[in-house]
Design a protein around this ligand. Sequence first.
Ligand code: NAD
Length: 339
Amino acid sequence: EAAPQGISEELKEHYAQLIEQVRASRQQYYVDDAPTISDAAYDAMYRELEELEALHPEIVANDSPTQEVGGEVSTAFAPVVHLSRMYSLEDVFSIEELKAWFEKTEANATRIAGEKPQWLTELKIDGLAINLLYRKGKLVRAATRGDGTTGEDVTHNVLTIKSIPTQLAGKDWPEEVEVRGEIFISSADFKKLNEGIVEEGRAPFANPRNAAAGSLRQKDAAVTARRPLSMFVHGIGAQTGLDIQTQAQTYDQLKEWGLPVSPYSKVLTTLDEILEFIEKYGEQRHSLVHEIDGIVIKVNHFRTQNQLGYTSRVPRWAVAYKYPPEEVNTKLLDIQVNV
Ligand code: NAD
């Protein structure tokens, strides 16, 4: 490959190193379920990579981690090609960044729809994404997000999770529908799980996300069956003939089918309301059912969502506001991680 012009060897080397570090961390986090650095440290490194690429667009490698959904797929599981792609979320780390994102997106959405959009605002559950395929109301496949195109087949493991229906309730389900959600371990269950592990003399899990991912991605579904996994839905993928126009209506429908829907979501209309929501859950962060690492804000109407579209990595119609990192996370990561 021809070397980009006008970029020093030193910068090129730094760029290559950053990419290498991001890749290694992703492997540890997504494939091994054993991160060695905190999420805040990872986010800072990823942000540095993004900023370097923004300053020097000619340096951007086609396979840079900024151009793809990060989630390498383990060969321990059969690959599953999702019917429709799964994406990550664009992160903002401050209220200023959120405001800038909001103003830009509100203006674009208003231009498209002829009126101001509504915003489905919800908690960012600290777990791992799952894609459930229901055919004629029956759960036929479950896969992790993976790289967004191809995930890992974890059907047997998901079948052991009691809150995930193997048969949808009612009878107005479409021929096919992909239900997306987050698998997590509740804060109370996480505490109990780790206490049990410590009693057995083994190393505890670093955090609930890690415990959920490690528990779901087991070769032996009997191990998964003993772990207290839960799920909340946060969207749908491919579907045949469902007449639904908004994110909020989707949650109502999924609830009717007996799927677990988060009780914390709200449809809001102004930035002030969103900021209030962020503040409220910032205060209650550690007294909720599950851990959260932020708030997700989505344009409510699908028509506007579709017109805003996607980058190769994230939807342009949603954003994740991340709460500032806390001391406790870095401390917890000093504990050896249980795999
Ligand atoms: P992300 O976790 O920031 O955001 C995308 C994901 O959020 C979605 O795929 C979905 O699974 C999830 N999500 C949770 N609640 C949701 C909701 N209500 N609506 C929609 N989606 C919801 O992005 P990512 O690409 O999965 O990974 C980045 C995250 O992983 C960062 O937090 C990063 O710190 C962490 N990470 C850490 C390491 C490490 O070494 N510590 C390495 C890689 C990634």
